[in-house]
Design a protein around this ligand. Structure first.
Ligand SMILES: [Fe+2]
Ligand SMILES: [Fe+2]
Length: 190
């Protein structure tokens, strides 16, 4: 960096500006970014697919839930659908920030997702399928948080926020299952 004695500060600012200008096309990815951007985008595409599948499943469940005391369950499904949509949006925005194009293509969606799309034949089955999907998401996201570590704190912090919410979802589904079936499906829950 070329500094002149009388204007060191100005030179620094100019240097910073020129570096920023040269990397404008790289968006939020500055030279200090420690992660592998392509890898991060790939990972986030699979998280995005997982979240889209969650939005679809909870929305379908909220509409299809019938039977005794289904109203409170419908409300819960609706609430989760909204929150999954928030996760979907945040992940898509992050992919965009990193210079990627969020993949919303319905083709191949299920295979990109970490959790499956299972409708569930009745209320209890729906709750069980959601609990399974939430547990898979929690496990997957915990792994990703460890992966991002200090390499990409922004993505890590976003995933931590989502994980907290997924753990609440798993808990909600567990409580609903106990309320409707009188027993938990699994001995421990996420
Ligand atoms: Fe989610
Ligand atoms: Fe969830």
């Amino acid at each position: 960096m070329a500094k002149t004695n009388n204007q060191p500060f100005l030179t620094d600012v100019q240097e910073l500006r020129s570096r920023a200008r040269s990397s404008i096309e790289k968006g939020a990815v500055t030279p200090a970014y420690q992660g592998d951007v392509e890898q991060t985008i790939d990972i986030l595409q699979s998280v995005l697919a997982t979240e889209i599948v969650c939005v679809l499943r909870y929305t379908m469940n909220a509409i299809a839930a019938t039977g005794l005391s289904s109203e409170s369950v419908k409300e819960e499904f609706d609430q989760h659908a909204k929150e999954e949509q928030g996760h979907m949006r945040a992940v898509a925005e992050r992919i965009n920030q990193l210079g990627g194009s969020p993949n919303f293509n319905p083709e191949g969606l299920a295979s990109r997702s970490a959790s499956q799309y299972v409708e569930g034949a009745n209320l209890v089955e729906m709750i069980k399928e959601n609990l399974v999907a939430e547990r898979i998401a929690c496990e997957h996201y915990r792994e990703l948080i460890r992966y991002f570590g200090d390499k990409d704190p922004t993505t890590r912090v976003m995933m931590e926020g989502i994980l907290t919410n997924e753990e609440e979802h798993a808990n909600d589904m567990h409580d609903l299952l106990v309320a409707h079936e009188g027993k938990p499906m699994l001995k421990t829950h996420a």
